[in-house]
Ligand binder design. Sequence first.
Ligand code: GUN
Length: 291
Amino acid sequence: MAARILDGKKLAETVRAEVREGVTAFKAKYGRAPGLEVILVGDDPASQVYTRNKEKASNEVGMRGHLHVLPASTPEDDVLALVQRLNADEATDGILVQLPLPKSIREQRILDAVDPAKDVDGFHPINAGLLASGRPRLVPCTPLGCMRLLALAEVPLKGAHAVVVGRSNIVGKPVAQLLLAEHATVTIAHSRTKDLAALCREADVLVAAVGKAELVRGNFVKPGAVVIDVGINRVDAGNGKTKLVGDVAYAEVAEIASAITPVPGGVGPMTIAYLLQNTLTAAHARAAGST
Ligand code: GUN
């Protein structure tokens, strides 16, 4: 039987509508709009699209969103100075530094400089540590989006075996923490995992977040499993054009899974929706003086 398609585009609209209402209430209470500052360094085409979308989406829900575009040659200290200026700016609630940064800039140094209270990506070690110790504050956006999609699928997570393929700080590790918090039994697999297909076949919930086009094949999936595909890979479409595919071989897996996210239109739109939610969360925490 064909899997249910988990429509992230539609669900993201619902989340954005929730945030829009929240922004209206925030403005009424505090007399200002939540502020999101997005920093792009360099001219990576995909990052240009993502950051423009983030700025646009924030303004669409009534926030004050602003994109800073810096040339790839910008010295590390200048990026750091911008982050520090935004840390000190009262009207800024959220700061997002788009990754990847140019090779000449030490990513960790920049991310560690973001005020944890304004870290709407949830990448700061303090926020990662709070999540890992079961006291989440600002949580990475893509994992939050994955969890909302699992809620849409109405999959019981308590006692379920969740296999997360990928161990990045952006997706793999935080989504594993969130699944654990929902009482799933969680296995994190990665490029050195032995017999990945057999391990994945044990999963009730399979999250693919490795950035390898169509790595997860039909024989990786237990019948009836719920599959969340975080991958966004650009591949040759064979007609002189390119196309986007996920980390999951969609057509094969959709025959076996009970529910699956498409690419595009699955996890991707949810990431931006939860960036908006995190910005509102950060704005509330700052306005209430709790951070
Ligand atoms: N690059 C790819 N995904 C992300 C993300 O979620 N946040 C940031 N800042 N950069 C990214």
